[in-house]
Ligand binder design. Structure first.
Ligand SMILES: C[S@@+](CC[C@H](N)C(=O)[O-])C[C@H]1O[C@@H](n2cnc3c(N)ncnc32)[C@H](O)[C@@H]1O
Length: 419
């Protein structure tokens, strides 16, 4: 992600946007629309209060590098997504629906900040500036306590989405995300993290340790040296990072998907951190839709992200290299692996387990949606390995799982057989 693609000045042509950033924008827009649609699925609901924060807002407009057409920057995408979401919610209601959104756009660079303000004032959203759109010129982390207070003062639910599209990996310390997620029960974070740049930078130097301390990652020089000896050391370091990001941010649910960039060795991660499995499920669903633009670093199946030194030597023989691309191959492979691996997980619960609990416990390690996992459990039910009942236990589900609260019960006969 080079800086020249993010430089704005009033009176000059906006910077060129490249395909991987457009893909990231598509996911952002689709995610925001789905977010509102999931939270307003009850047609009796008349209002939803939400705060959208763009911590690295940029100048608001780009030119498409291929077509030279104008493209919106992330703040404009947020505004457009909320317009679409409000229309969608209204369409299924007879009473007026109020999508009560406040926006906080933070930008450190004066030229970009002025450009963003000019783009907004020139748009159909101009009347919202100063009322619903709050423009903050400054450094993001310094604004966080005030933004958190602002969200809290808007009501108990504290729904907020923080889009943190930093250039590299040092501007959003993991501690800042921990603070946001612990202060606001219903906050989510979409973080860009330039994993490959960090990996290129890592060395045994004191300066590396200072940078890692700033980000909040613990990788002592001795660990870096050991990881660098691994055959696929880039991947080994990615797995080390993968373990630390959720641990250091305190996020219960997250997706670490990488975005392929055209520049060699410049892939970066789009990390979604949240406190609810349904939020993660919506995000994973969008990655399957965007199959050619996103890839998941790891294998298919469960525990696909756990790095195992022992397996490193065999890495090249493993399935799904060089990546997992959310395509038909990835789907078939995921289904096959889950058919093998899920029975062991279900058999840990001899009295049965609710689908939502099973899915919540496995979802961070596995890039499938609830729908895909339900499909595989349906196959296991047809094979007689598990039974499915409704939450009262009274009704058997012949057509497999219908509700997240349905209970999956291991078959006793098969259980003995599998010992
Ligand atoms: C990758 S660009 C963001 C692009 C924008 N999110 C979009 O998709 O349209 C990063 C932006 O963050 C700004 N920036 C860099 N460091 C910052 C910081 N610490 N706080 C706030 N803004 C920062 C840069 O000036 C730049 O405009």
């Amino acid at each position: 992600m080079s800086r020249k693609h993010h430089e704005w000045k009033i009176g000059q042509a906006p910077p060129l946007i490249r395909p991987h950033s457009l893909a990231k924008h598509r996911v952002l827009k689709a995610y925001l629309e789905r977010y509102v649609s999931v939270l307003t699925s009850n047609p009796r609901q008349e209002r939803l209060r939400l705060t959208l924060v763009d911590g690295f807002a940029g100048g608001g407009r780009y030119l498409d590098s291929r077509t030279k057409e104008e493209r919106p920057g992330s703040p404009m995408i947020m505004l457009e997504a909320m317009d679409v979401a409000a229309d969608d919610a209204q369409r299924v209601r007879s009473k007026p629906f109020h999508l009560d959104t406040q926006y906080v756009f933070v930008e450190e660079k004066k030229d970009a900040f002025d450009h963003l303000r000019a783009v907004l004032n020139d748009s159909k959203h101009a009347k919202l500036v100063g009322d619903r759109i709050h423009l903050e010129h400054g450094e993001f982390t310094a604004q966080v306590p005030d933004i958190v207070e602002f969200v809290k003062n808007r009501g108990r639910a504290g729904r907020a989405i923080f889009v943190l599209d930093q250039f590299g990996y040092t501007d959003v310390p993991l501690e800042t995300i921990r603070y946001i997620l612990s202060a606001l029960d219903n906050a989510e974070v979409l973080l860009t993290f330039a994993t490959d740049s960090l990996i290129d930078y890592l060395s045994g130097s004191d300066q590396t340790q200072q940078i890692l301390n700033k980000v909040g990652i613990s990788l002592p020089s001795s660990t870096i040296a050991t990881l660098k000896e691994a055959r696929d050391w880039r991947r080994a370091i990615q797995f080390a990072l993968h373990d630390q990001i959720p641990a250091r941010t305190g996020a219960r649910f997250y997706t670490p998907f990488f975005i392929r960039s055209e520049d060699a060795h410049r892939d970066f991660w789009l990390i979604h951190l949240s406190g609810h499995f349904r939020a993660r499920d919506v995000m994973v669903g969008l990655h399957w839709k965007e199959s050619t633009s996103f890839a998941h670093y790891g294998r298919s199946g469960l525990r696909m992200l756990g790095y195992d030194q022992q397996r490193d030597a065999k890495w090249a023989e493993q399935r799904m290299l060089p990546g997992f691309f959310f395509d038909e191959t990835a789907l078939a492979s995921s289904q096959e692996e889950l058919l093998e691996q899920l029975p062991e997980q279900v058999f840990k619960f001899k009295d049965g387990v609710a689908f939502c609990d099973l899915f919540s416990s496995l979802t961070n390690e596995c890039p499938v949606t609830a729908e895909i996992m339900k499909g595989v459990l349906g196959d296991l039910a047809r094979q007689g390995l598990v039974h499915v009942r409704d939450k009262t236990g009274a009704k058997t589900r012949r057509a497999a799982i219908q509700h997240d609260s349905d209970i999956i019960i291991p078959s006793q006969q098969r259980r003995l057989f599998m010992r």
